[in-house]
Write a protein that binds this ligand. Structure first.
Ligand SMILES: [Zn+2]
Ligand SMILES: [Zn+2]
Length: 287
């Protein structure tokens, strides 16, 4: 039998993913994935609904947005205590802020005489799915509502800039993950295009990250190998995942759940740190 895969970086409707948690897990099962982590952006709500429905092993996770040198970078947190009040408070704050943005986006749509069925938006919000403007666009496409994307986007961006998210700096992010009993992992360093990767990684190590996401759909093989070597030499944890946001049968074949881009992932248990694998739990997340 083919060796089972793992995927420690995935998204659902609880952030900017296109799948419900139920579908994602079903797909993972179909694709021979034995361990998954759902790492929605600044949200742990997914774990409230999958408590008892998960037929594969799961590692509790989150992808936190971090303010770093006037940009946003991502730190993954694994094995967090989901009852930790600080984590909950943070996610609630982020969700509330996204709700504020949504309300403003809807006002703009009103101005353009675009009336989305209230039921759809209400349902999203009740489920704690954030309604970013990209999501509004996809709803409009689905409903065949014509609109001037550029004009709307310009107005939405003003709202986005005016209502800022309560993201933290690197120190506080790492502190938050630690205080919730989790490991912090620098997500997809390849995407940041650092000028001097080595000195940056040294910096993140000094700051206290526990590991690096070495395997990622967007990273070329040589970079993946470079990161693995760096982690091994520096005693940092090795992690990896597809960062899948879309349905895996999508045409562009990018960031495919479990497989990455052009099959550059296919990670198995032995490829990542055992400490991470040890976080995997079965059906009941409370166990
Ligand atoms: Zn990310
Ligand atoms: Zn991600």
């Amino acid at each position: 039998m083919k060796e089972k895969l793992i995927d420690l970086h995935t998204h659902t409707l609880f952030s900017d993913g296109r799948e419900s948690a139920e579908n994602l897990i079903k797909m993972a099962k179909e694709k021979n994935i034995e361990i998954i982590s759902i790492t929605d952006h600044d949200s742990v709500y997914v774990y409230d609904i999958i408590k008892n429905i998960c037929p594969i092993k799961i590692i509790k996770g989150i992808e936190l947005s971090v303010l770093y040198e006037n940009k946003i970078i991502h730190i993954l947190g694994y094995g967090l205590d989901l009852n930790n009040t600080e984590i909950r408070k943070y996610c609630d704050k982020v969700f509330k802020t996204s709700l504020k943005r949504t309300k403003e986006y809807l006002k703009i749509l009103d101005k353009y005489n675009i009336n989305l069925p209230k039921k759809i938006i209400k349902e999203f919000i009740e489920k704690k799915y954030p309604v970013q403007y990209e999501r509004l666009f996809s709803i409009m496409y689905k409903l065949n509502i014509g609109f001037d994307r550029e004009a709307l986007e310009n107005e939405f961006l003003i709202v986005k800039n005016n209502i800022t998210m309560p993201y933290m700096n690197l120190d506080n992010t790492i502190k938050l993950i630690k205080s919730a009993g989790g490991y912090s992992i620098l997500a997809h360093p390849y995407k940041y295009k650092f000028e001097n990767t080595e000195s940056r990684l040294d910096f993140f190590k000094r700051k206290g990250v526990d590991g690096i996401e070495c395997y990622h759909s967007d990273a070329p093989k040589w970079f993946i190998n470079y990161l693995i070597k760096y982690c091994t030499e520096n005693k940092l944890m090795i992690s990896g995942g597809s960062d899948s946001h879309k349905y895996y049968k999508n045409v562009d074949n990018k960031r495919v759940l479990g497989y990455g881009t052009m099959n550059n992932l296919c990670i198995t248990k032995k490829d990542v740190s055992k400490k991470l694998i040890d976080l995997a739990k079965g059906f009941d997340l409370n166990k």
